[in-house]
Unconditional design. Sequence first.
Length: 68
Amino acid sequence: MSEKGCIKCGGRDTGTKDVAMTGTGLSKMFDIQHNTFTVVFCKKCGYSEFYNKKSSNASNIMDLFFGG
């Protein structure tokens, strides 16, 4: 299976970052960041996609980003 590249520019160089975000209600009010995501971004154009860290693992995140 060949990698397709970024859906916006076709770039194949990516980076990842882990981020945490608040939810709604009390977690937002008290700034409790219990939602964690892995962000995959294209280093050429900056296009980014968020993946729920609890349901995705590192091996399939890149496949999802490249349209696999």
